[in-house]
Write a protein that binds this ligand. Sequence first.
Ligand SMILES: N[C@@H](CCC[C@H](N)C(=O)O)C(=O)O
Length: 265
Amino acid sequence: MTNYDVYHGTGNDFAVVDADDAPEKTAFGTNLCRSLDVDGTLFLGIADGGERATMTLVQPDGSRAAMCGNGARCAAKWVSERTGRDAVTLETGAGPRRCTIEGDTVTVEMGTPAFAPDDVPLSREAAFVDEALEGYAITAINTGVPHVVTFVDDVDAVDLAEMAPPIRHHEVFPEGANVNLATAREDGGFDQRTYERGVEGETRACGTGAVAIAVVAASLGEIPETGEVTVSPPGGDLTIGLREDETTTLCGPTERVLTGEVSDA
Ligand SMILES: N[C@@H](CCC[C@H](N)C(=O)O)C(=O)O
């Protein structure tokens, strides 16, 4: 039997498994996603007494994602509950990500987002900034994984399940893209809805997507280039920090919802 915990970060939910307990990750992680109906399985390997941990995300379709903002928040909370530490560096496919834990609130250093075609990646040599694609004005960015952001009058008035797949699978994105809708609110924040690659559907929150919305909004002159902005997916509020050195942070609540065990067979 293998033990697991289920956490969510603003409604983005994950099974969390000790990497040492699961020699095979892809089939095991995919099956766990499907049986628990969660957005991903995180395999975590604590190292250096809890100073560091490796993080591998297996998604419901069997794919692996280099980075996951809400997954990183849940992972840091899981490590903290085992080590008693209030900080951990997660080794992700997108590089090391320092996380700090204060009670149930976790902040992740999300690094520097990139618009360059090789970084997103794009199958062309020019960045994709506020340009029409499949009927929407979109901007493409990598915040650890590829994202598309489009600003609309009302995120809830759009049929995300219908509009997102042609963009998510468009040939201009050789590795695909997560698709984010954003609506500016009068309080300076943004409403968010995200269709996620790997889940192949809408999730209740996406951390790398929230960072993408804030950074794209700043780059288009919609909000100041530095400071904090609240981005609100259906699952709650996320605080995005935009720094002068162009690095970003993601902060929000986490919650452990259940603990269980599953047969390895
Ligand atoms: N939910 C995540 C993003 C997970 C990765 C994404 N589905 C992909 O395949 O790129 C987040 O909180 O950032």
